[in-house]
Design a protein around this ligand. Sequence first.
Ligand SMILES: Nc1nc2c(ncn2[C@@H]2O[C@H](COP(=O)(O)OP(=O)(O)OP(=O)(O)O)[C@@H](O)[C@H]2O)c(=O)[nH]1
Ligand SMILES: [Zn+2]
Length: 230
Amino acid sequence: MTVTDHGSRPGHDTVHAGSERTRPDGNGPDVTDATDGTGPTAFDRPRAEAAVRELLIALGEDPGRDGLRDTPARVARAYEEMFAGLFVDPDEVLATTFDVGHDELVLVKDIPMYSTCEHHLVSFHGVAHVGYIPGESGQVTGLSKLARVVDLYAKRPQVQERLTSQIADAIVRRLEPRGVIVVIEAEHLCMAMRGIRKPGATTTTSAVRGLFKTSAVSRGEALDLISRTK
Ligand SMILES: Nc1nc2c(ncn2[C@@H]2O[C@H](COP(=O)(O)OP(=O)(O)OP(=O)(O)O)[C@@H](O)[C@H]2O)c(=O)[nH]1
Ligand SMILES: [Zn+2]
């Protein structure tokens, strides 16, 4: 979705980010990035299967019984899919850019998002809204790439705050836009099905960069569009 009134304004420069991949708070390397050459490069399926078999035994189950015989392999395949983002490089996802001569807000709303809480390894899920104002170069990325960036970071062991910041920072790094805004609304099953047991409670996080940080008007307009129902 594209809207007007966020045109290039004098005094608002493109947001530049270093090429280094660091945590948003600046405290060392990005802890969940397995694409920087320092960690494993692929999912270890045999090891995951063995671990699930062990877990079934720890639960008091018999992994040899009929219904569970294929479960370690199934769970390993499911985890491979759920955590596939550990092995996807966000910079490659955002590598294709093109110039459409647009220097105003581009906002993709209501991107369905399924992630996994790194504390309990259960799902948190909801929607992500991703908007940016292209930089001086006028380069934009394909709309689907914004959803792909959400997906790849969601498919890692996560906390919602870091997920939100990582999406914003990847867009800053690759597109050098004037501003980026990311809002995520999610329900955490670790708060719903166990522990405090508050189904229906939702958590909203935002990450703003560049113009959306410095201009309350721009931020307010974007938030208004995000909260507007169709
Ligand atoms: N800030 C933040 N906290 C989260 C997220 N996902 C889960 N948590 C919280 O992480 C915390 C972990 O707290 P601990 O006390 O170590 O674990 P716990 O005993 O299982 O906590 P309870 O869930 O309160 O039973 C809990 O308060 C969770 O609600 C997230 O994305 N962001
Ligand atoms: Zn949790």
